[in-house]
Design a protein around this ligand. Structure first.
Ligand code: GLU
Length: 476
């Protein structure tokens, strides 16, 4: 049988890290077995509708290279792939489930915007539940236009047992389950019903989702059973945590995929990092492309202990990815971060200086702030024991350097370095006594992306000479 998995996000307007990880595991389970990965949009909760949210899902998956074989935009044999377009299907199956004895019509006072659990709990306390209404009578009331919901029957005694790839065999007593609403009075299904109908009709073989769904799985299995359908293989995954106590949550201000990209994390690095949030290859390797993951992934290696999202680790990994880019790729990715820099900079030289030093592209701003203008600085910045410099040494150095640089033949790193070294030798000074003051004069900063000559190349001849002259003025 062909493996078919689905990613079934609700369009919330952002991609939660945990959701992207679920999508990745779904994708890998399918693709490592030559199967199909399906995208289904779960938008039956109309209150939560967010304009443009589906596009964010499309863009995110495309950006990380997880392309789907079937979905709302590409179509497929099992569509529609948007739940709000499947209304009639759910209604048809809900009525069928009632006929099969898996559910009943319910006319109790109810509000559809009520919390599902509260609704079911209140129903459980009723002395006269609608379950007792004879089917013929219920049908008449519906024919007369009375509003109704379809509610699940849970009349089993004993224990439900099912297998989960991550958590093993799970046992849940039937009396812990509520007779929840499956089809609401507006004709839309609840998640609890839609997921079963869709996963069956779309011939999904493996379902990956958060472990908060484990407790509801016996309910889904009862629905599969009533229809005579085969349940999928269940792969429940632990939550992605912010720390030992708290789940990572956008609502509490934790970063979404988009937030991380905006901060200069590379999509490939984010994907690599989240693959390891609850899975490992069984050895020490950590850096994987999506293609590599496809060839080594196995769901059996998923871990059931909660994974903590460690931004420091992601940041380190992002640095590895930045280092692994070609110079051209890095330069291209850096361009948006150069927007506010002066026009005449040598950005190729700037990129070459930055690439080995960055962990995120977002750090470009602080690394390059001095390029627009030298910040205010104290003359004490020229004091450096190791370099044997003082403001006096600096003044001497810049005085010597200025005329030499004015007359330099070619403005490139090697030439500049040779020329400045020669100034040092000819004046019995150490290299550092020339290079350090030049670097401070050009940047006004202790730490810079590159040494004196690299900065000179980035700034260009005219700006370099101007800054050296200004610094000399300041030192006098
Ligand atoms: N729409 C559900 C969610 O976003 C999907 C859960 C599932 O994969 O079945 O949590």
């Amino acid at each position: 049988m062909k493996i078919r998995t689905r990613f079934a996000p609700s369009p919330t307007g952002y991609m939660h890290i945990g959701n992207l990880r679920t999508a990745l595991y779904e994708y890998l389970i399918a693709k490592s077995a030559g199967g199909d990965f399906i995208l289904r949009i779960e938008d039956t909760d109309q209150k939560r509708y967010v304009e443009g949210a589906t596009d964010i899902i499309f863009q995110t998956l495309k950006r990380v290279g997880m392309l789907w074989d079937e979905g709302p935009d590409v179509g497929g044999n099992y569509g529609p792939y948007v739940q709000s377009e499947r209304r009639d299907i759910y209604a048809q199956y809900a009525h069928k489930l009632v006929e099969l004895g898996g559910a009943h019509y319910c006319f109790c006072a109810h509000k559809d915007d009520e919390d599902e659990e509260e609704n079911a709990a209140a129903y459980a306390k009723l002395k006269d539940p609608c379950r007792l209404i004879p089917l013929e009578e219920a049908k008449k009331r519906i024919a007369n236009g009375e509003p109704f919901v379809v509610r699940q029957n849970i009349n089993k005694k004993g224990t439900s047992i099912f297998h989960d790839v991550v958590y093993g065999d799970i046992e849940i007593d039937y009396d812990e389950l509520d007779e929840g609403v499956l089809l609401k009075s507006d004709g839309l299904p609840t998640y609890n019903f839609a997921n079963v109908v869709d996963d069956h009709l779309m011939q999904i073989t493996h379902v990956v989702r958060g472990n908060e769904y484990i407790s509801s799985t016996p309910k889904y299995n009862l629905i599969y059973e009533a229809f005579g359908w085969q349940p999928p293989v269940y792969v429940h995954v632990p939550p992605v945590m912010k720390d030992a106590q708290h789940k990572l949550s956008k609502r509490n201000g934790d970063a979404s995929f988009q937030d991380l990209v905006a901060k200069g994390y590379l999509p490939e690095a984010i994907l690599n990092y989240i693959a390891l949030l609850g899975w490992n290859p069984g050895d020490e390797r950590e850096i994987f492309s999506l293609d590599e993951l496809k060839s080594i992934f196995s769901a059996e290696r998923l871990n059931k202990s909660p994974a903590i999202f460690d931004i420091a680790k992601l940041t380190w990994m992002n640095g590895q990815y930045i280092r692994n880019l070609s110079a051209e790729e890095f330069d291209e990715l850096a361009q948006p971060y150069y927007q506010n820099l002066p026009q005449n900079l040598d950005t190729k030289a700037l990129s070459a200086a930055l690439q080995p030093r960055l962990e995120t592209l977002g750090q470009i701003a602080e690394q390059t702030d001095f390029l627009s203008a030298v910040p205010e600085y104290e003359l004490s910045l020229y004091e450096n024991k190791k370099m044997k410099t003082t403001p006096e040494v600096a003044q001497k150095a810049l005085t010597l350097v200025l005329p030499v640089l004015q007359n330099i033949a070619e403005w490139n790193n090697e030439n500049l370095f040779e020329v400045l070294k020669a100034v040092a030798v000819n004046n019995e000074m150490k290299n550092g006594q020339i290079l350090y003051p030049v670097r401070i004069a050009l940047s006004g900063k202790e730490t810079t992306p590159g040494g004196a000559t690299e900065l000179a190349v980035i700034l260009g001849k005219e700006e370099t000479l101007k800054r050296l002259a200004d610094a000399l003025q300041k030192l006098k």
